[in-house]
Ligand binder design. Structure first.
Ligand SMILES: Nc1ncnc2c1ncn2[C@@H]1O[C@H](COP(=O)(O)OP(=O)(O)OP(=O)(O)O)[C@@H](O)[C@H]1O
Ligand SMILES: [Mg+2]
Length: 441
C-alpha cells in the first residue's frame, strides 16, 4: 500500500460525512464518520507521519467521534418517536421493540467505548508478508503454530492439544517485533486483528482504561477468531508497586482477569505482546504469556537478506560479495539500523544528481516507460569524462534523467555514518531474561 493512501481515503470519507451531516442525512453521516475514524487510526498506525501530525489527527478523530455520538443519540430518539407515533402493529411487536430499546439503553457508556475501540480493528491489511521479515525463523514458526494452523486445521487442535493463548515478543529495539506483528495481521487473514499501543491506552484514556481493556476483550470474543496485539506492553503491565496510581493498578488487575479467562471464554483469542524491557513486567502478567520469544539482533545471514529487502528494485551495481561484505561488517546493527544505512545510501544517487555540474548522454530504459530504450538520456558525470556537458539538473528534462545506480562506495559512506543503536548493557539484561524465562527466536 503506498504511503498516504489510507489517510487520503479517511479525508475523503470525512468530507463526505460533513456534507451528509449538513444535508441532514444523519444515518449516512454517522456511518461515514465512523468509517473515516477507522481509516484515520489505521493511517496513524501504519503510515509514516510525524508526531505532530499524529496528534492533530487524534484530536480530530475525537471531534468526529463526538459528533458521531450525538448523531447516534439523535437517531435513536427519532426512532422511539416513530414507534410511539404509530399506533399500527400488534402489541407483541411493540413489546419486542421496547425490549430491544431497553437493551440499547442498557449501557450507553459501554457502547461508546466499544465504538471507540472498533477504530482499533485493522480494516486494511498492512501488506507485510512472512517473507518480508528477515530471519527470526523460530519466532515465525511459533506464530504460525499459534495463529494460522488452528484456523486452517481446527481438528488438529482438539482435546489436550490447545493453541497458545499468549505470546510475548521481546528483544532489543528495532529488531522487528512490531514488524512481525504486522506480518501476523496480514497473514492471519481470517482473524480480526486488534492493535493497541499501551502507551496510547495509558495516556489517552487514563481513568477509563480498565473499562477499555474489558471491552477490548469482549469485542475480541464477539469477533473471534481474533488476535489482540499490545505493543509496548511494559507501560501497561509493569510490576505492581505500593505507591502507584490507583487507575494503573486497576488496569493491571483487569488485564490479569481478562487474560486468565475465569468465567470468560478465551477460546480463539490470542494475545500478542511486544516489549524491549521485559524485566519490568509484572510476574503474574509474564506467566500469562505462555510463550516468550526472544527476538535477537539479526545474524549475518538475516542481515544479508535485509540489505537485499531494503534495496528492493532500486537500480544498483552491488554484487553478491559486496552485500556479503556489508552484512559481515554490520555485526551488532539492528534491523532498523540496517534500514537506515540502506535508506541513506539510496539517497546518494539523488545527491549526485543535485550536485552534478556535468552530465553526459547514455542509452538505457526510459524513466517513464521501462520497456522502451532511449539513446538520449542524461546522467551525472565528472567534468573530464568524454562527452561531458556543463549543465545542472535544472536543465535536464524530467523524462530524460538516467538515475546513477547505488554503488558499494555509497553503501560504505552511509555505513561509516550510521552507528548501531543497541548497547551492550541492554543486551546483557535481555540475555539474562532469556535464560531465566524465555526462548530463543
Ligand atoms: N527482521 C526484519 N526483517 C525486515 N525488516 C526488519 C526486521 N527487523 C527490523 N526491520 C526493519 O526495522 C524497522 C523497525 O522495526 P520494528 O518497528 O518492528 O522494531 P521493534 O522491534 O518493534 O522496535 P521497538 O522495540 O523499538 O518497538 C521495521 O519497519 C523494518 O523495516
Ligand atoms: Mg515496536
Amino acid at each position: 500500500m503506498a504511503a498516504g493512501t489510507t489517510l487520503q481515503k479517511a479525508i475523503d470519507l470525512v468530507t463526505r460525512a460533513t456534507e451528509e451531516d449538513r444535508n441532514k442525512n444523519y444515518a449516512e453521516a454517522l456511518r461515514l464518520y465512523e468509517h473515516a475514524v477507522e481509516y484515520f487510526l489505521h493511517a496513524i498506525k501504519y503510515e509514516a507521519q510525524g508526531d505532530k501530525a499524529k496528534d492533530s489527527i487524534r484530536s480530530k478523530c475525537l471531534q468526529y467521534l463526538d459528533r458521531a455520538e450525538k448523531l447516534k443519540e439523535h437517531l435513536k430518539k427519532g426512532k422511539k418517536k416513530l414507534v410511539k407515533e404509530s399506533d399500527a402493529g400488534s402489541k407483541e411487536d411493540k413489546d419486542k421493540k421496547s425490549d430491544s430499546d431497553d437493551e440499547d439503553g442498557d449501557d450507553p457508556e459501554k457502547k461508546k467505548l466499544q465504538s471507540k475501540l472498533e477504530g482499533a480493528i485493522i480494516i486494511e491489511k498492512p501488506q507485510i508478508k512472512w517473507s518480508d521479515v528477515a530471519g527470526l525463523e523460530s519466532a515465525k514458526e511459533a506464530l504460525k503454530e499459534a495463529v494460522i494452523l488452528p484456523i486452517k486445521f481446527p481438528h488438529l487442535f482438539t482435546g489436550k492439544r490447545i493453541p497458545w493463548k499468549g505470546i510475548l515478543l521481546f528483544g532489543p529495539p528495532g529488531t522487528g517485533k512490531s514488524y512481525l506483528a504486522k506480518a501476523v495481521a496480514t497473514e492471519a487473514n481470517n482473524s480480526t486483528f486488534f492493535s493497541i499501543s499501551s502507551s496510547d491506552l495509558m495516556s489517552k484514556w487514563l481513568g477509563e482504561s480498565e473499562k477499555l481493556v474489558k471491552n477490548l476483550f469482549e469485542l475480541a470474543r464477539q469477533h473471534k477468531p481474533s488476535i489482540i496485539f499490545i505493543d509496548e506492553i511494559d507501560s501497561l503491565c509493569s510490576a505492581r508497586t505500593d505507591n502507584e496510581n490507583d487507575s494503573v493498578r486497576r488496569i493491571k488487575t483487569e488485564f490479569l482477569v481478562q487474560m486468565q479467562g475465569v468465567g470468560n471464554d478465551n477460546d480463539g483469542i490470542l494475545v500478542l505482546g511486544a516489549t524491549n524491557i521485559p524485566w519490568v513486567l509484572d510476574s503474574a502478567i509474564r506467566r500469562r504469556f505462555e510463550k516468550r520469544i526472544y527476538i535477537p539482533l539479526p545474524e549475518q545471514h538475516a542481515r544479508l537478506v535485509m540489505f537485499k529487502l531494503h534495496l528492493g528494485n532500486t537500480t544498483h551495481v552491488l554484487t553478491e560479495s559486496d552485500l556479503k561484505e556489508l552484512s559481515n561488517r554490520t555485526d551488532g546493527y539492528s534491523g532498523a539500523d540496517i534500514q537506515i544505512v540502506v535508506r541513506d545510501a539510496l539517497m546518494e544517487p539523488v545527491r549526485k544528481v543535485q550536485s552534478a555540474t556535468h552530465f553526459k548522454r547514455v542509452s538505457g530504459p526510459s524513466p517513464v516507460d521501462k520497456d522502451t530504450i532511449c539513446n538520449d538520456l542524461l546522467t551525472p558525470c565528472s567534468p573530464g569524462d568524454p562527452g561531458a556537458m556543463e549543465m545542472t539538473w535544472m536543465e535536464v528534462p524530467s523524462d530524460k534523467l538516467y538515475e546513477p545506480p547505488v554503488t558499494m562506495a555509497d553503501m560504505q559512506k552511509s555505513l561509516s555514518r550510521t552507528k548501531p543503536t543497541v548497547n551492550e548493557d541492554d543486551l546483557k539484561k535481555l540475555q539474562k531474561f532469556t535464560e531465566d524465562f524465555g526462548q530463543e527466536g
